[in-house]
Design a binder for this molecule. Structure first.
Ligand SMILES: Nc1ncnc2c1ncn2[C@@H]1O[C@H](COP(=O)(O)OP(=O)(O)OP(=O)(O)O)[C@@H](O)[C@H]1O
Ligand SMILES: [Mg+2]
Length: 245
């Protein structure tokens, strides 16, 4: 079956004063792929997410989602069209329960609370948080907060899910759990773009990897191509990871 292009980014630039946080970035993502975006701190990964999802307006360039130009769309409209994202700093609502948090996402697609709650429970079962549905957001561990954010994003029933550092600060076991969840989401046919620093995870889950450095895309390729590229090693990975490979 022919896959269609889910997302296409062309010549995207975003300036903050004299700083180009994103400079002339081109890439595309095919339906059903997991594409990782890596790069050192300040490389422009979160800015790229913000430009794609309507939280920032790029200064130039174009973002297309299944062929539709969404460059000037506001964040809520982008979400409505089917792009959901999580945030590097988790954005769960602390004084609402886990279930209520997910229902807020589901209400994008349902006008009545009953069906929205049913959908939220189905998603919490899928993501493994159903036993904690009555916990307050504030009562969760960081790993569960990240899992809740993914659940909230899934509740909007996206066609593209963008995860900004869902694995940062997790233990090895928690890391393995979230990687398994990402694979399970992909197995359901979802397209994913993932910003990640944990290279072992990037290597395992990605179909392709895009490398940013100082706002520019410096490479794009298969995970094994990226980790053996001299420029990427110098910009980001350092000799430590080369030794592992
Ligand atoms: N709202 C903003 N105003 C001014 N500068 C910003 C803003 N957002 C990001 N920047 C700057 O843009 C550059 C890219 O930042 P960004 O957060 O996109 O990097 P990142 O690759 O996500 O880094 P990290 O790995 O630390 O999350 C940085 O120099 C940052 O300081
Ligand atoms: Mg970031």
């Amino acid at each position: 079956m022919d896959k269609s292009t889910c997302l296409e980014v062309k010549g995207l630039s975003k300036w903050f004063g004299g700083l180009a946080a994103n400079l002339d970035i081109d890439f595309s993502v095919e339906e059903g792929e997991i594409v990782s975006v890596i790069g050192p701190n300040g490389a422009g990964k979160s800015t790229l997410f913000n430009c794609i999802t309507g939280f920032y307006k790029p200064n130039s360039g174009k973002v297309s989602f299944f062929g539709k130009d969404i460059t000037k769309f506001r964040a809520d409209k982008v979400c409505n069209l089917g792009i959901a994202r999580t945030f590097q700093i988790v954005q769960v609502i602390s004084d609402m329960t886990v279930l209520e948090n997910v229902v807020t996402g589901a209400l994008l697609r349902y006008t009545r609370i009953g069906p929205a709650t049913e959908k939220a429970e189905e998603i919490l079962t899928f993501t493994g948080l159903i036993d904690k549905k009555s916990f307050l957001g504030s009562e969760l561990t960081i790993a569960d907060k990240k899992r809740l954010e993914v659940s909230m994003a899934l509740a909007t029933q996206p066609r593209l899910l963008m995860l900004d550092e869902s694995m940062a600060g997790l233990t090895i076991v928690e890391l393995r759990n979230i990687m398994n969840l990402i694979k399970k989401i992909r197995d359901q046919g979802m397209t994913l773009i993932v910003v990640e620093h944990v290279m072992e995870a990037v290597m395992e889950i990605s179909d392709r990897v895009i490398v940013l450095n100082s706002g520019k895309k410096i490479m794009e390729g298969l995970p094994k191509e990226v980790v053996s590229c001299q420029e990427v090693i110098q910009a980001y990975l350092g000799d430590k990871y080369r030794a592992v490979c």
